[in-house]
Ligand binder design. Structure first.
Ligand code: GAL
Length: 479
């Protein structure tokens, strides 16, 4: 018993000891638990801190996927074929001399109607000012392109940037649209001469969204008094294009300069420290010693820039690299599209292949566009088909009653381009309109080329007609 009680005592002692020690151990456990909890919490905070950029990145990726999916759906919309049904009115007794001269006896075509200032269809080609695209009114029409309608700048004036091109300036993350400022009276210098407007200069507009354009003024101005100057107002300044030279930090403008009879057939070069000018006119020349009329410049991914121009009386095109400072041509050039009589070149690159859209040579009158493609920019260049889709046959054969001037890549979205063209109004050139339409590359060409044994080598370039369209929402968020 004693032993027992002793045992008991011992047991009690033990229990007490144990209890004590248990209590003690319990406290230590709590502390350990507490430290584990605190540690975990700290870990969590650390992890949260560590992972928050990733999760933020995840959100971006998620948003990117969402945008891309919605863009793909939107592209399908842009690829929808939109028909135009226009009834040609019965022949009228009196037609304008221009239209009558063009086709005196044959039945009227839609092109005749287009060129006839008195046509009852006039409003279809040149919609009334009341229908203007107006960025000062924010309504349902916001961000919609309406090809052919008057397009107003942020001050409510019609944009004057004909035969133009767009530069995306990475420094200011802004688009600049340069073109012929033609807000003057149209007249004929000679009976048989083309309709013209005296040189006023090169207009420049800036935009972040490619729809709202702020007038940055005339960045290269005509010469008023010195008649020997290339840019004397009585001469011709057409198709100005600007690229940025990252080596010199200069904005370089190339343009077609000519006399009123188009016999000078030269390129002019101007330079500025800023995209908004003023540009200093440097000089003109006949590139490589050849006549040069419609032209464009193209800056490749490696920074090399090229001049492309219609030459040998517009019967062929020439292409050659510019010097490193972009202020001159080098002595390297190739003749391309020989004997094809193409002009109004607009060059772009997609997945390593070079493409070019050109027009035929019919002055201010519209004609059929063609696509050309090349593996190397210096050629050989192959002629493919008419890129126009939708409208109706005449729309397609007349490039939607417009002439190519530029193909604008969207810096954030490689598969979508904007085809920029001019719907010239030879009766009133200042009222010429802009035709901006989505251009996509993909699918097979309609007709395989002869030389490749029936296997089409190139992708098809398609320009889709739309009476109204806009870029996919958030297109400029994808970078
Ligand atoms: C077109 C040319 C225009 C302008 C016009 C004058 O062929 O593409 O830029 O020069 O002729 O008639």
């Amino acid at each position: 018993m004693l032993h027992y009680s002793g045992d008991k005592k011992e047991e009690m002692k033990m229990k007490n000891k144990y209890r004590k020690s248990t209590t003690l151990r319990c406290d230590a456990g709590s502390i350990r638990l507490l430290s584990v909890v605190i540690g975990s919490l700290m870990g969590c905070i650390l992890l949260l801190q560590l992972y928050s950029p990733i999760s933020r990145k995840d959100t971006f990726i998620g948003r990117d996927i969402q945008l891309r999916t919605s863009h793909r759906l939107y592209f399908r919309e842009l690829e929808e074929v939109e028909e135009e049904k226009i009834q040609i009115p019965p022949p009228r007794g009196k037609r304008s001399p221009r239209a009558a001269k063009r086709r005196p006896k044959r039945t009227t075509t839609l092109i005749d109607e287009f060129l006839d200032e008195d046509s009852p269809l006039r409003h279809k080609f040149f919609p009334d000012r009341k229908t203007s695209i107006d960025p000062t009114i924010t309504g349902n029409d916001s961000m919609f392109y309406y090809p052919g309608r008057v397009w107003l700048d942020t001050e409510g004036n019609p944009i004057q940037a004909h035969g133009g091109g767009v530069l995306y300036d990475e420094i200011s993350e802004t688009f600049y649209w340069y073109g012929e400022y033609k807000d003057g009276p149209t007249y004929h210098a000679h009976k048989k001469g083309a309709a013209r407007v005296d040189i006023i200069g090169v207009g420049c507009y800036s935009s972040k969204d490619l729809w709202t354009w702020k007038n940055e003024g005339i960045v290269l101005t005509a010469e008023e008094t010195n008649e020997t100057h290339d840019l004397h107002k009585s001469n011709v300044l057409e198709r100005p294009k600007v690229i940025y030279n990252s080596k010199t930090g200069k904005y370089v403008m190339w343009m077609h300069v000519d006399d009123a009879n188009y016999t000078k057939a030269s390129v002019g070069i101007a330079i500025s420290d800023y995209p908004t000018g003023p540009f200093d006119y440097l000089y003109s020349k006949r590139p490589h010693g050849f006549d040069s009329r419609d032209m464009t410049i193209f800056k490749d991914d490696d920074g090399t820039a090229y001049l492309v121009y219609s030459s040998v009386d517009n019967s062929e095109l020439h292409i050659g690299p510019l010097t490193e400072d972009y202020l001159d041509v080098t002595n390297v050039a190739r003749r391309i599209l020989i004997g094809q009589h193409r002009e109004a070149p607009a060059l772009f690159k997609h997945q390593g292949t070079y493409y070019m859209i050109t027009s035929g040579c019919t002055g201010w009158a519209p004609n059929e566009a063609l696509t050309h493609a090349a593996e190397s920019i210096m050629g050989p260049w192959e002629t493919m088909e008419n890129p126009c889709i939708g409208g109706n046959k005449m729309f397609r054969l007349a490039t939607f009653f417009a002439q190519s001037t530029f193909v604008l890549p969207l810096p954030s979205y490689p598969s979508l381009f904007i085809f920029m063209a001019d719907r010239w109004n030879p009766a009133n050139l200042r009222d010429s309109r802009y035709i901006w339409l989505p251009l996509m590359v993909g699918g097979l060409v309609d007709e395989p080329l002869d030389y490749n044994f029936g296997f089409p080598l190139w992708s098809r370039v398609s320009i889709y007609w739309h009476r109204k369209w806009k870029l996919p929402k958030g297109w400029n968020l994808l970078k």
